[in-house]
Design a binder for this molecule. Structure first.
Ligand SMILES: [Zn+2]
Length: 219
């Protein structure tokens, strides 16, 4: 396959599993395009992707806020009660003088997950309103850089391991934030598994291609 210029690359899709190049074709609403060699899903076409994505990311942000503002667990030990919240976990690292570890933790379990779902919400909103061609491009590039660094799921598993180890020594009560964190992690997994960043790029291309065509016709 001969590539004439950089724009021609926009019409090609690479299979993530076997790295075969495919030409992007228009498919029907609700259907998906699969790799000819290995059968992996290359892309889907969902005409309501912006609405679905926006609803899912706002729901994730609400669960994230609940998970962070309310107590995660209440630990009772020898008549002494202690509430633990997510910000408290990394703030206590700062208090103990572990500044670098505290900083890394705050980015992995707080700042990056918050940024990712804020970016998703803004991008889907821009695409729904058909504005911000340049801004949506920059946000999508930023999103692909930070997505691998969100570690809420690993944090949840480490909390579960710590709780199992504490069961024999102290009385543990799960707080509302614990259930909100589980809901957030499930939504996070669902969104990252079902909506590929490449599908948002395709949606962006469709939205602004149509918009530009309409503008050209009216001029
Ligand atoms: Zn393949």
């Amino acid at each position: 396959m001969k590539i004439e210029n950089e724009d021609a690359l926009d019409n090609l899709v690479i299979c993530h599993k076997c790295h075969t190049l495919h030409k992007e074709i228009t498919i029907q609403d609700g259907s998906k395009a699969c790799c000819r060699e290995c059968g992996t899903v290359l892309y889907r076409y969902d005409s309501r992707l912006a609405e679905h994505g926006l609803a899912l990311s706002i729901a994730a942000l609400i669960f994230f806020a609940v998970a962070n503002f309310f107590p995660l667990v209440k630990i009772e030990l020898l008549g002494h009660e202690q509430f633990i919240t997510i910000p408290k976990t990394f703030m206590s690292l700062f208090d103990s003088g572990f500044y670098i570890v505290g900083l890394i933790c705050s980015f992995l379990i707080f700042i990056f997950p918050l940024m990712i779902f804020s970016i998703y919400s803004v991008v889907f909103l821009l695409l729904k309103l058909r504005i911000g061609e340049k801004l949506s491009k920059e946000l999508l590039i930023l999103l692909s850089h930070i997505t691998p660094w969100s570690m809420s799921d690993i944090f949840l598993i480490s909390v579960l391991v710590a709780l199992v180890k504490l069961i024999g020594y102290a009385q543990i009560h799960m707080g509302i934030a614990f259930w909100a964190l589980i809901a957030f992690v499930l939504l996070d997994l669902y969104v990252t598994r079902t909506i590929h960043v490449s599908e948002i790029w395709m949606l962006r291309k469709r939205v602004f291609l149509k918009e530009n065509n309409v503008q050209e016709k009216s001029e």
